[in-house]
Ligand binder design. Structure first.
Ligand SMILES: [Zn+2]
Length: 407
C-alpha cells in the first residue's frame, strides 16, 4: 500500500482547514469528498510493480554523440594527422551508411542494447541531451550525473577536492536495505573525491588502487599485479580492462545492488589526438558492456531484474578540425551528451527519434526512481526521466502534479 504520501496530504489538508478555520459543514463535506477521490485515485493508479531491483550506471568518459549515432567521422578517419593507418581503420569502421557504420563501431550497443532498450540524444532528430553545468568537463559532469544538480560555485575544476554534495549513490547506500550494497569502479583516480569516500563510506575502487577485501579471488590478486605491471600512458587514469575486470569480479562475489562503472580511455586517447585509438577504445568499451550484460542476464542475482543506464560526462568539440580532441566551455558543442537505458521496466523503443530535450541532471533521480527510492536531497535536482519507465508501471496521481512510482 502506498498510504504514506496520501497520509501526508491528509495532514496537510487538516492543517490547512484548521488554520483557515473552514469549519462550515459544506467545507467538511468537500473535504470528505476530496479524500474519497484520493482513495479512488490510489486505486486507479496502483499499477504493476517495477521489476528492477538493481541499477548499474556505466559511463564512457567524453564519448561524443556524433560517434554514438553516426559511427566514425569521415573527415577524421581519413586524416593522417589523427590516424596512423587510414586504410586499415576504414576497413574496420567505415561504410557510407551511418546506421551500419555505428553498428560497426558499437555492435553490442546498436544490435542488442538499442533494440531491447532506448537511446536518446540523436540531434539529427532534435532529440537533445545536454549538461546543465556550464563547464563541460569531467568533475562537473559526474557531479551532475550523480547528484542531479550543477553546483557551479563548488565544482569548477578537476582538482582532488571532496564533493560537498550528497550523491544519489551515497544516499542509497545510507538506506538499510542498500547499506554496503553500492559500489563504484572507475579508471580515473578522482572518483573517491567525486563520491566523497570519507563521508559517504561507499566502496570505491578507482585510479590505480588495488582491490582490497578479506577474500580476494585469484583473479583479483592477478589484476592487482597486472595493474602495476601494465603501464598506463596517463598518470591519473588506469587502463579500462583493469577497471572492467575488477568490477566484474566484485559483482560475482558481492552482487552489489547499485554499481557504477566508469571507463576512461575514450577521453584520454581523444586528448592525445589519436582518432584511431579513440575508435578502438569505443569498440573495446562496447565489448566490456556486452560482457557485463551477458553476465547480468546469466546470474540469478541480476537476470531480468537489473536496469543498465549508459551515458557520458560531456561531449567534445566538432566545429574545427582539432576541436574533437577537446572539450570545455570554450569548445562549442561539448555540453551535448546522450544516454541509453535497458532493463525489465524499459520498453524496447530503440533509438528515440522525437524532438525533446533532456538534461544530465535527470540521471540521479532516474536511478532512484528505478529502485523506488525517494532521492530528494536537492529539491531543484533534475526530475526522473519517466519515458524510460514503462507507463503501466508508473503511478501518476496528476491532481498533485507529482510522480510517485509504486513498488
Ligand atoms: Zn577530458
Amino acid at each position: 500500500m502506498v498510504l504514506t504520501p496520501y497520509r501526508n496530504k491528509i495532514l496537510t489538508f487538516n492543517n490547512y482547514f484548521r488554520q483557515r478555520k473552514y469549519t462550515k459543514p459544506i467545507m467538511k463535506k468537500l473535504f470528505i469528498l476530496t479524500l474519497m477521490l484520493l482513495s479512488f485515485a490510489q486505486l486507479v493508479f496502483c499499477q504493476e510493480s517495477l521489476s528492477t531491483q538493481n541499477v548499474i550506471l556505466v559511463t564512457f568518459d567524453g564519448l561524443r554523440w556524433q560517434e554514438v549515432f553516426s559511427g566514425a567521422d569521415k573527415k577524421l578517419i581519413t586524416n593522417s594527422k589523427f590516424v596512423s593507418d587510414t586504410s586499415d581503420l576504414k576497413e574496420q569502421f567505415w561504410t557510407d551508411d551511418p546506421e551500419q557504420r555505428r553498428s560497426m563501431l558499437m555492435p553490442f550497443f546498436w544490435n542488442t542494447l538499442a533494440k531491447q532498450g532506448q537511446v536518446y540524444g540523436n540531434r539529427k532528430y532534435h532529440n537533445l541531451v545536454n549538461t546543465s553545468n556550464m563547464f563541460w568537463f569531467s568533475y562537473p559532469g559526474y557531479n551532475e550525473i550523480l547528484t542531479g544538480i550543477c553546483n557551479d560555485k563548488a565544482i569548477f575544476t578537476n582538482r582532488k577536492k571532496a564533493n560537498p554534495n550528497v550523491t544519489v549513490l551515497e544516499y542509497i547506500n545510507s538506506l538499510p536495505s542498500y547499506h554496503n550494497k553500492v559500489a563504484v569502479f572507475g579508471s580515473w583516480d578522482l572518483f573517491p573525491y567525486i563520491l566523497n569516500r570519507n563521508r559517504s563510506g561507499l566502496f570505491i575502487n578507482a585510479g590505480f588502487e588495488p582491490m582490497q577485501h578479506e577474500h580476494l579471488s585469484d583473479q583479483e590478486l592477478l589484476l592487482n599485479h597486472l595493474q602495476q605491471q601494465l603501464p598506463s600512458p596517463w598518470p591519473s587514469v588506469r587502463l579500462d580492462a583493469i577497471t572492467h575486470h575488477m568490477a566484474m569480479e566484485y559483482m560475482k562475489q558481492f552482487a552489489p545492488k547499485v554499481l557504477e562503472i566508469s571507463y576512461g580511455e575514450t577521453d584520454n586517447i581523444a586528448h592525445d589526438g589519436k582518432y584511431d585509438g579513440y575508435l578502438y577504445a569505443i569498440s573495446r568499451t562496447d565489448k566490456f558492456i556486452e560482457d557485463l550484460w551477458n553476465y547480468i542476464q546469466s546470474d540469478p542475482n541480476y537476470r531480468n531484474k537489473t536496469t543498465l543506464i549508459i551515458t557520458t560526462d560531456h561531449g567534445r568539440g566538432h566545429l574545427f578540425q582539432n576541436s574533437w580532441k577537446k572539450h570545455g566551455r570554450f569548445t562549442p558543442g561539448s555540453g551535448q551528451t546522450w544516454f541509453a537505458v535497458i532493463g525489465p521496466d524499459t520498453e524496447p523503443l530503440g533509438e528515440v527519434r522525437t524532438a525533446a530535450q533532456f538534461y544530465q541532471n535527470q540521471i540521479a533521480k532516474t536511478i532512484a526512481a528505478f529502485l523506488d527510492v525517494n532521492y530528494n536531497v536537492y529539491a531543484y535536482a533534475g526530475i526522473a526521466i519517466s519515458q524510460v519507465i514503462q507507463k503501466d508501471k508508473q503511478e501518476v496521481p496528476m491532481m498533485f502534479g507529482m510522480v510517485q512510482l509504486k513498488k
